[in-house]
Ligand binder design. Structure first.
Ligand SMILES: Nc1ncnc2c1ncn2[C@@H]1O[C@H](COP(=O)(O)OP(=O)(O)OP(=O)(O)O)[C@@H](O)[C@H]1O
Ligand SMILES: [Mg+2]
Length: 369
């Protein structure tokens, strides 16, 4: 049975520095849960708290409702895969993977059987007598994965396991990891700062910044309905435009941008005020180039043809730069210095309060609940 992880109001201090301050998180049994955030935001620190390499200064971490704060790492039944693999260079693949079982005093016959089994799952059973120096990066990563999994951990922790691999192998290995997770269903906490990897591999993602959770949600919600400006600009590209709320006579809500406006938006929360300053976030692919001179006026500065799409880099009439992505059609690419008009799919744009930077869209759940 898979376990849940409940992180309740935990704090981590290094000396006087508070790196994590009252963070709470509930990870569901069997879930593939990813921590995503910029360098230094506390991802590794939180993983190390879960496995017990770091002390916890306040709050509790529970595995299936059992507080583990004071349980030593070797009694927590967790496996961890590190960025640099940390496999032992002087041991063969087989001995590396057997290491954790030997420490647990498992019988020789059982060790052989379990090592064979896990090497088959990660598909390196043909390499079991090789030494690590004779393995490729992807193969070494499979050894590290096998070593973490062979002890049948209740929780699998992975700290940027793919960041040392080249782009192609990274995609291949993330599919391997996802497949193995589907097969064995172990509750997994995965750390990355590669947003595409996070979107591709996760059941849910927590976006972190400065030791705080910014949003928790499934990949689609995080991308399409970011809870605040930080998430909106951290995940993918967002054009941020300044605007104002314009309330109609019957309470209908429009967002005014310069002298133009996007039509009525019925998904803005009810408490906005007329004239309230907002920020609009429009993904490049959400812009529509208007055929009838309606919308925001812009000038094409440059364009890049990428086969499936064309990227236009434009300047709006207030001088702000924006990126527009269109699916390429047979028509000509719009030449530089052309004047165009931009509209946006109003159901997809996101609106934020300028002061708090928080979303004003009704269905956005800050913590994805
Ligand atoms: N042992 C330590 N002593 C003091 N400060 C530390 C220690 N380990 C980490 N920190 C600090 O805590 C903060 C969070 O570090 P952490 O390693 O958790 O970040 P991260 O999100 O994993 O970053 P990266 O993506 O670069 O790996 C950083 O400011 C870091 O400098
Ligand atoms: Mg780290």
């Amino acid at each position: 049975m898979s376990v849940s992880i409940n992180i309740n109001d935990v704090t981590k201090k290094y000396g006087n520095d508070i790196v994590i301050n009252g963070l709470s998180l509930k990870i569901r049994p069997g879930e593939f849960f990813t921590l995503l955030g910029p360098s230094g935001c506390g991802k590794t620190t939180l993983l190390r708290m879960i496995i017990g390499f770091n002390t916890i200064e306040a709050g509790t971490i529970e595995i299936d409702d059992k507080v583990v704060n004071d349980i030593p790492t070797n009694k927590r039944n967790m496996g961890m895969v590190f960025q640099n693999y940390a496999i032992f260079p002087h041991m063969s693949v087989k001995d590396n993977v057997a290491f954790g079982l030997k420490n647990r005093k498992v019988s020789k016959a059982d060790i052989d059987r379990q090592v064979d089994e896990i090497l088959k799952i990660v598909k390196i059973d043909h390499l079991k007598d090789r030494m690590p120096v004779k393995l490729s990066g992807g193969q070494q990563q499979r050894v590290a994965l096998a070593r973490a999994l062979v002890i049948h951990p209740e929780v699998l922790l992975m700290d940027e396991p793919l960041s040392n691999l080249d782009a192609k192998l990274r995609v291949e290995m993330r599919n391997v990891i996802k497949k193995i997770h589907n097969q064995i269903g172990v509750t997994t906490v995965y750390v990355t700062h590669d947003q595409e990897e996070a979107l591709a591999i996760s059941d849910r993602i927590a976006i972190m910044n400065n030791g705080h959770i910014q949003q928790i949600g499934n990949p689609k919600d995080i991308y399409q309905r970011p809870a605040n400006i930080f998430v909106s600009t951290f995940i993918g590209v967002s054009n941020i435009l300044e605007g104002k709320i314009l309330l109609g006579n019957n309470g209908e809500k429009r967002v005014l941008l310069e002298d133009s406006y996007f039509e009525e938006m019925d998904n803005i929360i009810g408490t906005v005020e007329d004239g309230q300053e907002v920020l609009l976030s429009v993904r490049p692919e959400e812009f529509i180039i208007s055929n009838n001179k309606e919308g925001l006026k812009a000038t094409v500065k440059s364009s890049v043809f990428l086969g499936v799409t064309i990227h236009y880099f434009v300047e709006l009439s207030n001088g702000q730069e924006a990126e527009v992505i269109q699916i390429s059609e047979l028509q000509d690419i719009i030449p530089d210095n052309s004047e165009i008009y931009l509209k946006a799919d109003r159901s997809r744009i996101n609106v934020y309060d300028k002061e708090s930077n928080n979303s004003l869209i009704k269905e956005v759940g800050f913590l994805g609940v």
